[in-house]
Design a protein around this ligand. Structure first.
Ligand code: OGA
Ligand code: MN
Length: 199
C-alpha cells in the first residue's frame, strides 16, 4: 500500500482524502459482511439520555472486530498497515485501533464536535470510510471540517460527500467537524488510532 501522499498531507494540512481506498467490489463485500441486526443507537456518554443524545447525533452504530468475516478482517489488516506506516514516519506512537460501522437514517445528522471529548486524548487519528454508492449532489450528508487555525470560527475548510470507497483521515485533536443532515440512508465506518492499549 502506498502511503506517501497520506503522510505528506497529514504533515502539512492535518488531513487527507483517499479517494480510491476501496474498489466498488470491496465496498460491496464489506457492506455484505456487516451484521446489521446488531446496530444500536449511538451514545455519546453516560451523562446523555438517549433523547438528548438524538439532538446531537442520529446514527446507529456497531463496533467491529476482525472475527466478523473476511472482508472486515481485510479492512482491519489495511488499517494496521497504515498504523505501522504512520508510526514509522510520523512517530505518532499509535498502539491500537477501534472502529464502528455507522448508519444515518434519512434526516439524521451529527452536530459539530471534537472526537476526543471523553477519551483523555487517546484518539490521535480519525478515519472515516464511506460506503454509499452513487451519492448525488443534493443527497446531503456531507462531512464538514472546520479550520484548526480558527477553531472558534465557522470557517469550513472541507465539505466532503460520503462517496463509496473514499476515506478521510484527520488528526483527531485538531479539527472540529460535523455531519450535515442526510436526505438518504448514509453508511460509513469510522475508526480511531489510539495512543494507548485498552485494558
Ligand atoms: C464520527 C464522525 C463523520 C462522518 O463518527 O465521530 O464524526 O463523516 N463521523 O461520518
Ligand atoms: Mn467525529
Amino acid at each position: 500500500m502506498k502511503t506517501d501522499n497520506l503522510i505528506d498531507a497529514l504533515t502539512t494540512q492535518g488531513y487527507y482524502v483517499w479517494d480510491d481506498f476501496l474498489t466498488p467490489f470491496e465496498v460491496a463485500d464489506l457492506k455484505e459482511a456487516i451484521p446489521e441486526d446488531q446496530l444500536q443507537e449511538a451514545r455519546i456518554g453516560h451523562r446523555h439520555t438517549l433523547q438528548g443524545n438524538r439532538e446531537i447525533r442520529g446514527d446507529l452504530t456497531l463496533w467491529l472486530d476482525p472475527t466478523m468475516g473476511e472482508p472486515i478482517a481485510q479492512y482491519f489488516k489495511k488499517m494496521e498497515e497504515i498504523q505501522q506506516s504512520l508510526n514509522q514516519t510520523l512517530y505518532l506512537g499509535l498502539r491500537d485501533f477501534e472502529t464502528h460501522f455507522c448508519r444515518y437514517p434519512s434526516g439524521a445528522y451529527y452536530k459539530r464536535h471534537n472526537d476526543n471529548a471523553r477519551n483523555q486524548n487517546r484518539r490521535k487519528v480519525t478515519t472515516v470510510l464511506y460506503l454509499n454508492e452513487s451519492w448525488q449532489p443534493g443527497d446531503g450528508g456531507e462531512l464538514l471540517i472546520y479550520s484548526r487555525e480558527k477553531p472558534e470560527s465557522d470557517e469550513v475548510i472541507l465539505s466532503l460527500p460520503p462517496k463509496a470507497g473514499s476515506m478521510i483521515l484527520f488528526l483527531s485533536e485538531d479539527f472540529p467537524h460535523e455531519v450535515l443532515p442526510t436526505q438518504k440512508m448514509r453508511e460509513s465506518i469510522t475508526g480511531w488510532y489510539l495512543t494507548e492499549r485498552f485494558l
